[in-house]
Design a protein around this ligand. Structure first.
Ligand code: SF4
Length: 179
């Protein structure tokens, strides 16, 4: 049985890839790029993941192109709800790729993060599974949160400081002046 896993970054891939492999399934990774801004940051995360994948023998599909403009156009005027679009596009793109590649399941490292809306990702994955016909591999990877962080530090991996889009970068660093 084969699983295609959407990977947001190298550190978040460690525990989910190990957990699925331990369940006896074959895993391939898919790196989605449109929501990671700016481009230099996207490349940094991609290169970090590629280096890790080479180390552990994980096969990877890297998304073609870099549609920052399309991403922004899809969330403009509803920036506060942007994660709904972002989750959906990442999961749906992964499911469609899994369908083309005849994978048995699709899933996402989004299920590993303590900072994402886990229940929404789960229900979206299940609904996309119904519409595409590709089963969603649901597992609460958050149980491996600390283990994944420790291993990423042991591997000296690049650990990003914000989720991905330019809005999340602002939320991470911008503080209004009090004067
Ligand atoms: S904060 Fe993260 S999940 Fe939300 S839209 Fe930005 S990149 Fe996507």
């Amino acid at each position: 049985m084969k699983v295609l896993i959407h990977i947001c970054c190298g550190p978040c891939s460690i525990y989910p890839v190990e957990a699925i492999t331990a369940s006896g399934l074959e895993v391939m990774g898919f790196f989605y790029r449109h929501n990671i801004h700016p481009y230099s940051e996207c490349l940094k995360r991609q290169e970090n993941l590629e280096a890790y994948a080479r180390q552990i023998g994980l096969r990877l599909i890297i998304q073609e192109g870099y549609d920052l403009e399309g991403f922004i156009q899809n969330v403009v005027y509803r920036e506060k709800d942007r994660c709904t679009y972002c989750y959906h596009d990442r999961l749906r793109t992964t499911a469609l790729l899994a369908k083309r590649g005849k994978f048995d399941y699709f899933t996402s490292t989004l299920l590993y993060s303590k900072f994402q809306n886990h229940d929404l990702i789960k229900s979206m994955g299940e609904s996309i599974a119904k519409s595409t016909g590709v089963p969603f591999w649901y597992e609460d990877f958050r149980s491996g949160w600390k283990e994944g962080i420790k291993k990423s530090k042991d591997h000296k991996m690049y650990r990003q400081q914000y989720c991905g889009c330019i809005y999340s970068e602002k939320e991470r660093y911008y503080r209004e002046s009090k004067t």
